[in-house]
Design a protein around this ligand. Structure first.
Ligand code: ACO
Length: 428
């Protein structure tokens, strides 16, 4: 196989280097294309553009493969805790017992928020969107820890900052919820696991500590493991773009939260439930909604369907579909939305429009039903996604520094007016 790509352009031939990744993914390095030819490439939405080399997560969309640091998502989902998974994503290896203990202690140590941060929560209206609070507070946390602002890649400084963020994101999320429902903030309890502690901060009441059932704790753990990283998706790319200006980790992940918020990305998990609720309330047949999703003149889309990379199935969706069944069964619950979701999936699998475009349920399709079952309120779903994605954002920010990535600065093709002269206001 050739180790160069040959481009024939304007009667000349140009050569470009080829690279092959550890899973045989191939790319043409066009770094010098503009310098040599005067052309740039156009790839709106970056569907075909590699922005970095990365050792963290591998996705094969055609085969439905997802691996964190080489470990299949199916194995991690079954056997690993979120804390172990976060360590794996951050440091490249599963932790030894000692390392896991130290990491968990560090998470415990960093769980409380600075007292003065409480006042910022208190000044917010109760209907403030939790994703806006999360993004703002993540940036705000850095004000109380100025020593971590110039931390880049190595040593205790980075370890501390990573643990601080992984831990505090959970406290901020729970407090955003408590503020919205007008209830007192619950402080983290160092005796609880990562997931139980979050649920305690969400749901404990004065004189009545919330102790989650093992089923609920396991379900939350699974949700977080499945969301822990997903290579260069919209929010992670945002973290990398922001971080590439050497912006600090807090502002970079805060921007990641904003990117995640949109309904085409992490906001899809709540949008799916809203859609299923609407279908249920309307009493209209599912085929009406499928028809609307297919109509060219209608902006309606089936939320939780489709993916830029997965063109066969999203392995996370398969795991979640099974888990939702088990969790509802073990909690002795029924959810009419699950029946609608299953029927919708079945119908779209038979439908040419969805088949031709390779549109299958993505991670967000069943995750909302799982979050409902464990009692998480709807407006917190994208926040849950953000807690889960934190290890991936931090690891990508770290890697970008380790690889000394250049500042992100795409080009454009200008299509606006040609030069014209300023006219005084009375002549316009
Ligand atoms: N419902 C109906 N049609 C769809 C859907 C959908 N959910 N998704 C894609 N399509 C159609 C498009 O209209 C387009 O049709 P066309 O070729 O006739 O124009 C074709 O499928 C390709 O779609 P694109 O929008 O070009 O695909 P893209 O890769 O840009 O977008 C995305 C992927 C954003 C996930 C899209 O499928 C979508 O909007 N899905 C619904 C929102 C959603 O579930 N987002 C969560 C994604 S997972 C995550 O971020 C964690």
């Amino acid at each position: 196989m050739s180790d160069k790509a040959i481009l024939s352009l304007d009667g000349k031939k140009f050569e470009f280097d080829l690279f092959t990744g550890s899973e045989n993914e191939r790319c043409i390095d066009i770094t010098h294309l503009r310098k040599e030819t005067g052309y740039i490439t156009m790839d709106q939405g970056f569907g075909n553009t590699g922005s970095c080399f990365s050792d963290i997560t591998f996705v094969d969309g055609a085969k439905g493969i997802l691996r964190y640091r080489g470990y299949p998502i199916e194995e991690l989902a079954e056997k690993a805790t979120f804390v172990e998974t976060a360590y794996l994503i951050l440091y490249g290896e599963l932790p030894s017992a000692d390392k896991l203990r130290n990491f968990s202690n560090s998470l415990r140590e960093h769980a409380p928020l600075h007292t003065n941060l409480k006042h910022h929560f208190e000044g917010l209206p109760s209907d403030a969107p939790p994703m806006a609070i999360l993004s703002a507070m993540l940036n705000m946390v850095s004000c109380f820890h100025p020593e971590v602002l110039d931390v880049h890649t190595k040593g205790a400084g980075f370890d501390r900052t990573a643990a601080l963020l992984l831990s505090k994101v959970r406290t901020i999320a729970a407090w955003a919820y408590r503020m919205a429902v007008g209830k007192p903030f619950n402080h983290p309890n160092p005796n609880f696991s990562y997931c139980s502690n979050f649920l305690h901060m969400m749901f404990s009441e004065p004189y009545q500590e919330y102790i989650p059932s093992p089923v609920v704790e396991k379900a939350l753990n699974l949700f977080l493991v499945l969301h822990a990283d997903h290579e260069q998706n919209c929010s992670t790319s945002t973290v990398r773009v922001v971080g590439s200006s050497r912006a600090n980790l807090f502002s970079s992940v805060s921007a990641g939260v904003c990117a995640l918020w949109g309904p085409l990305h992490g906001g899809a998990n709540s949008a799916v439930i809203q859609m299923l609720e609407e279908i249920k309330e309307s009493g209209r047949p599912l085929t009406d909604y499928i028809k609307m999703a297919k109509a060219k003149n209608n902006t309606f889309r089936l939320m939780g369907f489709g993916h830029r990379v997965y063109k066969n199935f999203d392995p996370r969706s398969l795991i979640l579909k099974k888990a939702v069944d088990e969790v509802l069964h073990e909690l002795n619950m029924e959810d009419p939305l699950l029946d609608i979701a299953r029927e919708l999936e079945e119908k779209t699998l038979q439908d040419d429009y969805f088949k031709e475009r390779n549109l299958y349920p993505n991670v967000d399709f069943y995750s909302g039903i799982l979050l409902r079952a464990i009692g998480i309120p709807l407006n917190m779903y994208p926040v849950m996604f953000a807690i889960g994605r934190m290890p991936g954002w931090i690891a990508n920010w770290h890697e970008l520094h380790a690889h000394k990535q250049r500042i992100s600065r795409p080009r454009q093709i200008y299509t606006g007016s040609n030069t014209r002269s300023y006219k005084p206001i009375e002549e316009r």
